[in-house]
Design a protein around this ligand. Structure first.
Ligand SMILES: Cc1cc2nc3c(=O)[nH]c(=O)nc-3n(C[C@H](O)[C@H](O)[C@H](O)COP(=O)(O)OP(=O)(O)OC[C@H]3O[C@@H](n4cnc5c(N)ncnc54)[C@H](O)[C@@H]3O)c2cc1C
Length: 457
């Protein structure tokens, strides 16, 4: 039987039947030269051979480890950041053995959670105690500590990044000392630790403000680029969670919204997102020299796609599996510039970068007052561009980054960018405040690898 996916493959193959593939060069990943203790991130763009990799089972063990260390110590979560935050030839410390819920307050709907917990492992246990995370990113593989460190966010114009859900935390500083802090008790340390790139200390426990368990109705609709641009602002204000994707060289994209519901759980037939990306790669491979044909084929196919509706428990509805690996650049722009920047990005991409096939993701995030949050003091929209993990991302990202910067973008701390300390400090009014708190809790620079040293010393 010819299903939708086969239909697209057939359309692509038939259109380019006898033409040359125009295949894109594949860059080999540098293999570690020594066998000892290699570490690499999810996309393979960051690698290192640390002296040691540790996973303490108690806070006391972690304190001893930091106090006794003479070299660099870098905390790691799930290794899903693209920037060189973790690599070191010193010690990498995972809090994977410190995970789960420590205790909770049913009246305030707060839960104290170990920071080594993976987001995907928190949904059910929180549900069991009558709580749920306020919002989540589009995957749930990350450790909570890793999410906070880079200001990881979901989408929703009235919803802040994950660090804004934190009401108190505990961390081990560069001397191995343990500190508790919140908005009243040591507020400067608290503010600095909420988004810190792991440069200030190792967070052990986090008190999260949650809400009662809820269901979400998720709807996706395929639309033309023009329709998306025309309606996005209104849809972002109308729905609790709203984002959209534009598919390069198709003229089409889809909007994705989520709202509270009491409807019964259920779902219409869903397209597999990973297969979809593989199909876009096939179209790129076979039609990169024929952009108009590529647009005709992809656009015609996408116009045949149905809307999808899913009703699920919140923690099952936010994340999806990303099996096709990539490298990513994401900038956070003042909301008023987002759509204008997107139009420029589309123009440049489709004129000069036929090699690109990943969708562009566009999300909304509420402002906050966290010193190193990219959402500090402004309503934000985020635009993310991607390159397949085996291909050189630099030429494309180099073309796009100036557009982000022109519109006062601040980079996602976990995603690729070329900004220096000088450039970043101009974007963050409290940069020096953060650097001072960092120095006082880590006077010997125990938590600084080369990249972080270039930012904070
Ligand atoms: C497929 C994919 C999808 C993604 N989707 C989203 C998304 O929807 N929204 C979004 O905003 N981002 C997204 N990201 C980026 C990702 O959420 C961030 O890079 C996040 O920081 C990764 O978490 P991690 O646990 O892997 O942390 P790592 O990458 O391992 O570490 C990130 C930082 O956290 C620090 N750290 C880790 N644990 C601690 C701790 N206990 N105390 C102090 N510091 C600590 C590390 O030192 C490092 O500086 C995505 C990334 C990928 C690969």
């Amino acid at each position: 039987m010819l299903n939708r996916r086969n239909l697209l493959s057939a359309m692509i193959t038939a259109t380019v039947a006898a033409s040359a593939t125009g295949g894109w060069p594949v860059l080999a990943n540098a293999a570690p030269t020594r066998k000892r203790l290699p570490w690499r991130n999810w996309s393979g763009s960051q690698q290192c051979l640390p002296e040691a990799r540790k996973a303490p089972a108690t806070v006391a063990e972690l304190q001893e480890l930091v106090a006794a260390s003479t070299g660099t110590v870098r905390p790691v979560g799930a290794g899903h950041s693209f920037t060189p935050l973790v690599p070191t030839d010193g010690t990498i410390v995972s809090l994977a053995r410190l995970s789960g819920i420590v205790d909770h307050d049913s009246e305030k709907l707060q839960a104290t959670v170990w920071s080594g917990s993976r987001l995907g492992d928190l949904g059910k246990p929180l549900d069991d105690i009558g709580q749920a995370l306020i919002n989540m990113p589009d995957i749930d593989e990350q450790a909570l500590g890793g999410c906070l460190a880079t200001a990881t966010h979901g989408t929703g114009a009235s919803l802040g990044c994950m660090s804004t859900f934190v009401r108190g935390l505990q961390l081990v500083d560069g001397r191995g000392e343990l500190h508790e802090c919140d908005a009243n008790n040591n507020p400067d340390l608290f503010n600095a630790a909420l988004v810190s790139m792991g440069a200030l200390g190792i967070i052990t426990q986090v008190r999260l403000q949650n809400i009662a368990p809820y269901r979400l109705r998720r709807e996706t609709h395929w639309r033309t680029f023009e329709e998306i641009v025309e309606t996005a602002e209104a849809l972002a204000d109308k729905h609790r969670n709203f984002e959209f994707f534009y598919i390069p060289f198709s003229g089409m994209g889809f909007t994705d919204s989520q709202d509270f519901t009491d409807e019964p759980l259920g779902s219409t037939e869903k397209l597999d997102g990973n297969e979809g990306v593989e199909d876009l790669r096939l179209a790129r491979d076979l039609m990169s020299k024929m952009p108009r044909v590529r647009e005709l084929v992809l656009g015609s196919y996408m116009r045949t796609l149905d809307s999808e509706v899913t009703v699920e428990k919140s923690w099952r509805n936010y994340a999806s599996e990303r099996n096709v690996r990539f490298n990513e650049m994401e900038y956070h722009l003042p909301r008023e510039y987002g759509l204008k920047a997107l139009q420029e990005i589309r123009e440049v991409l489709e004129s000069n970068h036929q090699e690109v096939f990943f969708p562009i993701e566009f999300r909304y995030i509420h402002s906050d007052d966290i010193w190193l949050s990219p959402f500090y003091g402004r309503e934000t929209c985020s635009i993310a561009v991607h390159r397949y993990f085996e291909e050189d991302y630099q030429p494309f990202f180099k073309t796009i980054e100036p557009i982000f910067r022109k519109y006062h973008g601040r980079p996602h701390w976990g995603k690729l960018n070329t900004l220096t300390r000088k450039e970043l400090s101009k974007l963050y009014p409290h940069w020096d405040d953060f650097a001072e708190v960092r120095r006082s809790y880590d006077p010997q620079g125990r938590f600084l690898n080369d990249y972080l040293r270039s930012l904070f010393t």
